[in-house]
Write a protein that binds this ligand. Structure first.
Ligand SMILES: Nc1ncnc2c1ncn2[C@@H]1O[C@H](COP(=O)(O)OP(=O)(O)OP(=O)(O)O)[C@@H](O)[C@H]1O
Ligand SMILES: O=P(O)(O)OC[C@H]1O[C@](O)(CO)[C@@H](O)[C@@H]1O
Ligand SMILES: [Mg+2]
Length: 319
């Protein structure tokens, strides 16, 4: 019988609970024992573990956040910290660890594997910034949250004939801004992957105004810069009546979409199957709607390619 540890780490993402449920239920189905580690790597170092059973994960598939709590833990970035972590895992006779989180959390899992401790990563982050997988858990829900917010801002933007900037999360990745911007009909989408000039945005505003469209939504990915600063520059050049909305942590909450619940369930089960097969240092992903797994080093060394085609299409459709 294997003993599995599971934790969630980094920014929480809708669907993490569905992934926890899938790991716990499938592991127990296959005869394993499961320890839930609270508050990510921080909780591991503080020995905050609890044995989980089938009902520990009841009534959570539809809930946002993570029942295991999450954190960012500087100590785990040090070798001493990680050795301390391995000691705790061994104390509880845990054979392998499932880490649900983003690129940072995967770096922690990679380093654990280098220390000889088996770890498997499940991608849980609203940022969709991992190159090896088409989707990360939480991205779809966050996209819908942002698109909904843009639609609401569009109502008032149109009534008051204003320019509204909406700042969206995603770190250095523009996916959340791009797809929610497209879905929300944003007139301009600014992402870190494509250079932009403030003058071009102002010219675009003038072009649309000429044909009588007096309101405009600009979606700005946080990785590009600050929405208030951009707003000031646009006002200086155009004199526009402009408002700024920084969406913030509302993007991380809410009940997970059906897409995220199913993705999380499929990924969770695959992670357990990998551990039962004695595999380690792997990450689970999805490619062309098929669940895949990949060596963690290979996955982390891949460079993301930006969907320029959709970006250009959004530009044509929104003028
Ligand atoms: N190089 C590293 N080595 C060991 N552990 C790391 C490393 N990088 C990050 N971690 C651990 O993973 C935690 C989460 O990382 P990070 O804050 O980058 O979030 P993430 O997992 O990328 O998720 P998100 O970006 O969605 O918030 C860090 O606080 C740290 O404990
Ligand atoms: O919750 P915190 O620590 O403020 O982190 C915010 C960051 O986390 C994320 O929500 C997820 O990585 C990013 O999009 C954002 O930049
Ligand atoms: Mg990250």
């Amino acid at each position: 019988m294997k003993t599995i540890g599971i934790l969630t780490s980094g920014g929480d993402a809708p669907g993490m609970n569905a992934a926890i449920r899938a790991v716990v239920r499938s592991a127990i189905y296959y005869g394993c024992k499961v320890y839930g580690i609270n508050r990510g790597y921080k909780g591991l170092l503080e020995e905050d573990l609890v044995e989980m059973n089938l009902s520990s994960v009841g009534d959570i598939i539809h809930r946002g956040g993570t029942i295991l709590k999450s954190s960012r833990c500087e100590e785990f970035k040090t070798q001493e910290g990680r050795l301390k972590g391995v000691k705790v895992l061994k104390k509880y006779k845990i054979d392998c660890l499932v880490v649900i989180g983003g690129d940072g959390s995967f770096n922690g899992a990679q380093k654990l594997s280098e220390l000889g401790f088996p770890a498997i990563g499940i991608p849980g982050t609203i940022d969709n910034d991992l190159a090896y997988t088409d989707y990360t858990i939480g991205f779809d829900t966050a996209m819908n949250t942002v698109a909904d917010a843009i639609s609401k801002i569009r109502d008032t933007s149109s009534s008051h004939e204003r320019v509204n900037i909406v700042e969206v999360m995603g770190r250095h990745c523009g996916d959340l801004a791009l797809y929610s911007g497209l879905a929300g009909g944003a007139e301009t989408i600014i992402v870190p992957e494509v250079d932009f000039k403030v003058e071009d945005i102002c010219n675009r505003l003038k072009t649309t105004q000429k044909r009588g469209k007096r309101h405009s939504i600009i979606v700005l990915a946080e990785g590009v810069g600050n929405a208030n600063d951009l707003g000031k520059e646009i006002i200086k050049i155009t004199g526009a009546d402009l408002r700024v909305t920084v969406l913030g942590h509302v993007q991380r909450g809410g009940c997970p979409s059906v897409f995220d619940r199913i993705l999380a369930s499929r990924m969770g089960v695959r992670a357990v199957e990998l551990l039962l097969d004695g595999k380690s240092a792997k990450v689970v992903g999805v490619k062309d709607n098929k669940i895949i797994d990949m060596d963690i080093n290979e996955a982390l060394s891949m460079t993301r390619s930006f969907d320029k085609e959709t970006y250009e299409m959004a530009k044509i459709l929104s003028i």
